[in-house]
Design a protein around this ligand. Structure first.
Ligand code: COA
Length: 482
């Protein structure tokens, strides 16, 4: 994928910021219903109305052929490519998280590598008793919850898969990224209209809340719930009593043993860890490296754009990036500081009085296993490095840091036994060997992409077929040709 230059990025950011003036970016409440005066299609104040509209869209799509459905998807891909930079700039401006160029690349990835209708495969069984046909049918209207970390990427990726499967969709996006998410909802509806589909096929809320999410979860027209987000929202949909696909948080460890190409490992880890400032849930969050190669690995990471801080500085930074939050029931929990999530490395370093340039993209620190840089999923370009004596200790600690989330884990090694042992022990949905983590979602690795990685419910790297229900038609004693 062609990279944009710094000046091109600056131009698009300036253009988007100009258009955003009409969305009142200075106020707490964004106008999530228009961009630059263009009114968004499919945005509702009332969740029940949104569901009814998506249901009408679903019924219209049911009457369309698969070929016609694929035309809608082709148009979504086209508009996503054309407007990738705009959505990237909008996402960073609204959420203050991530990097414009990386978000643009994520949109291109979604446009190019999210499977369409070809993912829906019918099967047939024949035998002495005739023919049985198994087809993958739509659920109807899908209720989808999307995160603030990958907002428009998830809306578009979900839409392509869910529409390919023949569904309508209602989104209840994270309120912190509502303008960006609704931009993507509008894009999908514009694509749908341009391809001859219904006027509205995917819907969203003007102001999503947990209450509107609750209405969505209990509405009889919603047959499938898909949640991509933090543990709270995932838990809510999984306890809804409906069929639900849950894609939650991870804390991906990476092991480097002494057979690895250390320089390549160093660069790959920093490339993966800093992609969109560590917002993707697959991104490297902590490293376990063999003692005898750790110095060389750290030197390579510094060459790849990292700044090493001392243990004392790591402790000081940990107190800033993690804060106590008081929950509604009065209890307190330690949580990531929202003002630090997805921020550039130089911004985070400035919080402990360290001044570096923009070419520093990652903060690294040697820390013990118990340190928050290892235990907490920070979603910031900060990497804790733990020295280990051998593969047994590496696997044991990496599995403990992953903590049974079964999300993603990575390893750099040329020892097949070590690679196999870690992969078996950690049981993650994604396991990347000798590459940056993003190879696991099709960016520089084989396979399709998604931002909804459903570990807890087992669908894995979701695609159109994940959003279908199986139906069987039996023709007894007939319709065979042999
Ligand atoms: N619809 C409605 N409300 C939502 C929502 C949704 N889709 N998602 C979150 N909310 C609510 C939360 O319940 C919370 O409400 P509360 O303040 O009453 O508790 C509020 O919006 C703020 O959300 P929250 O995400 O907790 O806080 P934040 O915006 O300050 O934090 C992150 C942003 C990124 C730090 C946080 O979302 C997070 O830790 N996410 C986990 C990682 C993740 O999302 N991964 C994506 C998987 S791919």
């Amino acid at each position: 994928m062609a990279q944009m230059t710094e000046n091109e990025i600056k131009d698009i950011v300036a253009k988007v910021l100009g258009q955003m003036q009409s969305m009142k970016p200075a106020s707490a409440d964004w106008d999530s219903t228009q961009y630059g005066g263009r009114k968004f299609i499919g945005i509702y104040e009332d969740m029940n109305e949104a569901i009814e509209a998506a249901n009408r869209g679903y019924k219209a799509v049911r009457a369309m052929s698969v070929e016609e459905r694929e035309k809608i998807i082709t148009e979504i891909r086209k508009l996503t490519r054309e407007e990738a930079a705009t959505m990237a700039a909008l996402g960073v401006a609204e959420t203050k998280m991530g990097r414009v160029e990386h978000k643009r690349l994520k949109h291109l990835l979604v446009a190019d590598k999210t499977p369409g209708t070809e993912d829906i495969v019918s099967t047939a069984k024949t035998g002495d008793n005739g023919l049985t046909l198994i087809e993958m049918a739509p659920f109807g209207v899908v209720g989808a919850i999307t995160p603030s970390t990958n907002p428009s990427e998830t809306v578009i990726c979900n839409s392509i898969g869910m529409i390919a499967a023949g569904n309508g969709v209602v989104f209840n996006p994270h309120p912190g990224a509502i303008a960006t998410s609704n931009y993507a909802v509008d894009l999908v509806n514009r694509a749908c209209r341009a391809a001859g589909g219904p006027d509205v096929l995917v819907c969203s809320m003007k102001k999503p809340t947990m209450e509107s999410a609750a209405i969505m979860q209990s509405h009889p027209l919603i047959k499938l719930l898909v949640c991509t987000g933090g543990p709270g929202v995932v838990k809510a949909v999984l306890s809804s009593g409906k069929k639900a696909i849950g894609a939650g948080a991870g804390n991906p460890p990476v092991i480097v043993d002494d057979t690895a190409d250390i320089q390549k490992a160093a660069k790959d880890i920093i490339d993966g860890c800093t992609f969109d400032n560590n917002l993707p849930c697959i991104a490297e969050k902590e490293v376990f490296s063999f003692d005898n190669i750790t110095d060389e690995l750290i030197a390579g990471m510094k060459r790849a754009g990292s700044y090493q801080i001392t243990r004392a500085q790591a402790d000081e930074l940990a107190k800033i990036v993690l804060v106590e939050k008081t929950k509604k029931d009065g209890t307190t929990v330690k949580t990531v500081n929202r003002d630090c999530v997805g921020r550039d490395a130089d911004v985070l370093l400035s919080k402990i009085g360290v001044s570096v340039g923009k070419d520093v993209r990652c903060i690294i620190a040697e820390v013990p296993f118990e340190h928050p840089f290892v235990q907490e999923e920070l979603m910031m370009p900060i990497l804790g490095i733990v020295r280990v004596k051998d593969i047994d200790e590496a696997i044991d600690l990496a599995c403990k840091a992953e903590a049974g989330r079964r999300h993603s884990a990575h390893m750099h090694s040329k020892n097949i036994d070590n690679l196999s042992r870690f992969a078996k022990a950690v049981e993650t949905t994604i396991f990347v060997k000798n590459a940056p983590s993003y190879a696991g979602i099709g960016f520089g690795g084989e396979g399709h992409t998604t931002f909804t990685i459903a570990g807890p419910t087992g669908e894995g790297i979701t695609s159109a077929r994940s959003f279908t229900r199986q139906r069987r038609c039996v023709m007894a004693d007939s319709f065979r040709i042999i």
